[in-house]
Design a protein around this ligand. Structure first.
Ligand code: BJW
Length: 225
C-alpha cells in the first residue's frame, strides 16, 4: 500500500514548537511573510537571522512526540510504502526514526551559501559575520529554507508519489500555503482517497474525503494502529 503523508506545524506543536498561524500569527510584531521572504532578508538580514536563530535553539531543545513516533512506525510497517513529506524545517521526524523525509520547505539545521550554493550543517547561530565553510565567503550564508516566492524542494517527486498513492493524509497543516495546500486536490484528481488529521478545521478541510479532529499526538497513533 502506497501512502503519502504531508505534515505541517501542528505535528510538532505538542513537542513545544510553535505553529505559524496560531493566536496572532506574529513573531515579535512581524508577520511571518516579512521574516520568511527573500525581500525580508534583503531588507533586514540580521532580523531574519535572529528569527531563525531563536527557532534553531528551540528545536535543539525539544523532543519528538507520539505523532512523529507513530509515523516512523508506519514507515517500518510491512506492506507500506510511505512517502513522508513535511513542510516543517525541524528534524523531529528523523529523530523519531523516520528515514528519507522530504523537507519541501527546507531544514533549519542547514545553511546555504548565496555565493557558491553549498549546503552545510548548521547548529549554531547564523549572522552576517558567519563564514561559508566551502568558499570562505563572509556575509553570504542564509538558512536553508524555502521562503515565500521560492520554489519548494522535491515537487516532481511529490507529484509522482501522490499520483500513484493509495492514500493521501495531511496532518496538522492549515492549508493556507501553496503549493502544499493543493496536494489534496492533486490527490483527488488522481482518484486517491484523502484524510485530514487536525486539531481544528483548516482552509482545506472541505476538500478531504474525511477529516478527524484532535491533537496529532492522539490521532496519528490511533490512525497508524
Ligand atoms: C494541530 C495541532 C495539534 C495545531 N495537532 N493539529 C495567492 C494565492 C495562492 C498562492 C499564492 C498567492 N500569493 C502567493 C502565493 C504563493 C505562496 C503562498 O502560498 N502564499 C499564501 C500565504 C497565499 N507560496 C509560495 O510562495 C511558495 N512557493 C511558490 O508558490 O512557488 C511558486 C511555484 C510553486 C510550485 C509550482 C509553481 C510555482 C513557497 C512557500 C514557502 C512557505 N515557507 C514557510 C516558511 C518556511 C521556513 C520556516 O519554517 O520559517 O513555510 S511559511 C510557513 O507556512 C512554513 C510552513 O511550512 C508553512 C505552512 O504552515 P503550516 O505547517 O500549515 O502551519 P500553520 O501554523 O499555518 O498551521 C498549523 C496547523 O496545525 C493548524 O491547522 C492547526 O489547527 C494545526 N494544529 N496544533 C494537530 N496539536
Amino acid at each position: 500500500m502506497k501512502v503519502v503523508v504531508l505534515t505541517g506545524a501542528g505535528v510538532s506543536a505538542e513537542s513545544g514548537v510553535p505553529t505559524f498561524r496560531g493566536s496572532d500569527g506574529l513573531w515579535e510584531g512581524h508577520r511571518v511573510e516579512e521574516v520568511a521572504s527573500p525581500r525580508g532578508f534583503a531588507r533586514d538580514p540580521q532580523l531574519v537571522h535572529t528569527f531563525y536563530n531563536g527557532r534553531r535553539r528551540k528545536v535543539l531543545e525539544v523532543e519528538p512526540n507520539a505523532a512523529h513516533r507513530a509515523l516512523a512506525k508506519l514507515g517500518r510497517a510491512r506492506g507500506v510504502e510511505l512517502t513522508l513529506v513535511t513542510q516543517n524545517i525541524d528534524d523531529l521526524h528523523e529523530r523519531a526514526g523516520s528515514q528519507e523525509v522530504l523537507h519541501m520547505h527546507g531544514e533549519l539545521l542547514k545553511a546555504r551559501c548565496n555565493r557558491c550554493g553549498a549546503v552545510m550543517p548548521c547548529r549554531e547561530d547564523l549572522s552576517r559575520a558567519s563564514i561559508c565553510t566551502a568558499c570562505g565567503g563572509i556575509d553570504c550564508l542564509r538558512p536553508h529554507v524555502v521562503w515565500f516566492g521560492e520554489i519548494p524542494f522535491g515537487l516532481d517527486e511529490i507529484a509522482a508519489a501522490i499520483s500513484s498513492a493509495d492514500r493521501f493524509v495531511a496532518i496538522g497543516t492549515s492549508g493556507r500555503v501553496y503549493p502544499a495546500a493543493s496536494f489534496v486536490s492533486w490527490a483527488r484528481e488522481c482518484g486517491v482517497p484523502t484524510l485530514e488529521l487536525n486539531l481544528e478545521e483548516s482552509a482545506a478541510s472541505g476538500v478531504f474525503h474525511e477529516s478527524r479532529r484532535g491533537p496529532a499526538g492522539e490521532l496519528v497513533p490511533a490512525w497508524v494502529e
